[in-house]
Design a protein around this ligand. Structure first.
Ligand code: FES
Length: 283
């Protein structure tokens, strides 16, 4: 195990962080509860989490300001200062969307996310100090503060990468499902009454089967957001509400009414043959 793996593992197990992280995550969760706020910050309308896209802006601006500080010479000083300021401004929406995503995490993910956020806030503070130093004519100090900010930012970026690529935070949990493309019997028709829903298996895939107003609907049972079991959720106004973070999907087409999910829920076609409900993936 490399030093970095060991470091992240220790952060994941550092339960003392929970004393601060849990209440803060709870506060953020309450603040983003309104549907429009939730959908906006989660990237629900663009079909992709918003936070990873927004982080490119401060990382790009600040890393380029360091490049200009290092090799740009005196003529590049105004551009370097402009990039420091642009990075500061763009860090704010990146932080807000990150907090939104973080509020849904649990356990080790919450702890790593707390350190990730702390590193990024520290980097933001260093760049703010760098900008102040530059504006007051202390360019050498401003450059040094910027360089320190970039170093801390890399630590934050590493932890953010760990959350995305090692812990799959905000990765579509239905991506690797093998959904049958051929009609597959999943349940005797008589076993699903009006207004009922249940989890069934179609090959290797878990499927949520619903009979609502005489119609049969079938969606992937694993919530695309973080893997919540939709069969344990509530049916409401032609939608299913995930029991974990309240993402709400339309039964008809799996589209998202309310985030934090940003990927629609995969759906299946349904039919009844020889007394059995059959499903096949809509692709
Ligand atoms: S797992 Fe988060 S909303 Fe379903």
């Amino acid at each position: 195990m490399t030093f970095l793996h060991e470091l992240v593992r220790r952060i994941e197990c550092f339960t003392a962080l929970d004393k601060v992280a849990k209440p803060v995550a709870g506060f953020v969760g309450r603040a983003v509860r309104p549907r429009r706020v939730r959908n906006l910050l989660s990237g629900t309308s663009i079909g992709h989490p918003l936070h990873p896209m927004l982080t490119d802006l401060p990382i790009g601006a600040w890393s380029m300001s360091t490049l200009l500080d290092t090799v740009g010479g005196a003529g590049a000083e105004p551009a370097a200062d402009l990039l420091v300021g642009a990075g500061i401004l763009s860090a704010i929406p990146a932080a807000v969307t990150g907090l939104n995503d973080w509020s849904d995490t649990i356990g080790g993910e919450t702890r790593v996310g707390a350190v990730h956020a702390s590193a990024n806030v520290t980097a933001l503070g260093l760049y703010l100090a760098s900008l102040v130093a530059r504006r007051s004519g202390r360019r050498g100090r401003g450059k040094a503060l910027g360089l320190a900010g970039l170093g801390v930012l890399m630590v934050g970026g590493y932890l953010g990468g760990h959350l995305s690529y090692a812990r799959a935070v905000n990765v579509n949990r239905t991506t690797f499902e093998h959904r049958p493309e051929e009609w597959t019997p999943v349940l005797a028709d008589a076993e699903l009454g009006e207004g009922e829903h249940r989890r069934v298996s179609a090959g290797e895939a878990a499927v949520l089967l619903v009979r609502d107003d005489g119609q049969l609907y079938a969606l992937a049972n694993t919530c695309s957001h973080a893997g919540g079991p939709l069969d344990e959720g509530e049916l409401l106004d032609g939608c299913v509400v995930c029991p974990w973070h309240a993402s709400t999907f339309r039964l008809t087409d799996g589209s998202i009414v309310r985030g934090p999910a940003s990927t629609p829920q995969p759906t299946y076609q349904t039919r009844v043959r020889d007394g059995h409900i059959e499903v096949r993936s809509t692709g």
